[in-house]
Design a protein around this ligand. Structure first.
Ligand SMILES: [Zn+2]
Ligand SMILES: [Zn+2]
Length: 189
């Protein structure tokens, strides 16, 4: 059995899975996701809708969520300090477990290894928000650059060298290459 739904507004990463939890192992549901504006921790912000597709599979003791989502984040370039947009692709594969047994209503205990982000709450709401947040966070580069050949800022005057040269540029290059130029000259070239 497969059922397709769409999520529209923010909050579209929360799904009521009570019916799916009552269904036999192997039951699958598919969802198209499109969620706007998704604030992130720190000074990094999601700037494009979170879009994609996820499938929920009733399996084992819970629900296996797989899928692929795309979005974009705004980051600050570590070389030129300008803000730029970085596309992000998330491959989701997470097992969610219930905190309440769907048949008896009894509380299900979990050991300390269980990630709380992957628990279905007592109202049978499966919330992908934290999983998406963590996956975006983990996928970010440690030293983001706006483009691979970003020239960065002049260490002397702070001029963004992608936007134009400064008067100290010649001097900077001369200093940096001086030992190399000297050694080349020594070889008589
Ligand atoms: Zn840059
Ligand atoms: Zn300069």
């Amino acid at each position: 059995m497969s059922e397709k739904r769409s999520s529209e507004a923010w909050g579209g990463l929360q799904f009521n899975v009570s019916q799916l939890l009552k269904s036999p192992t192997g039951t699958r549901r598919d969802y198209d996701i499109e969620v706007d504006l998704f604030p992130l921790d720190g000074n990094m912000v999601i700037v494009a809708p979170v879009r994609g597709h996820v499938g929920f599979l009733r399996a084992g003791n819970g629900i296996l969520v797989t899928g692929r989502l795309e979005t974009a984040v705004e980051l600050e370039c570590t070389r030129c300090l300008s803000e730029f947009r970085l596309p992000v692709c998330l491959e989701i594969e997470e097992e969610f477990r219930p905190t309440v047994d769907i048949a008896s209503g009894a509380v299900v205990s979990h050991d300390g290894d269980q990630d709380v982000a992957n628990l279905i709450d007592e109202h049978h709401i499966l919330d992908l928000t934290e999983v998406v947040r963590q996956d975006v966070w983990l996928g970010l580069p440690t030293s983001p650059v706006c483009r691979p050949d970003c020239q960065g800022l002049c260490p002397h005057c702070g001029q963004n060298r992608d936007q134009g040269s400064c008067t100290c540029e010649t001097e900077t290059i001369d200093l940096r290459w001086a030992p190399l130029i000297a050694s080349v000259s020594d070889r008589g070239d």
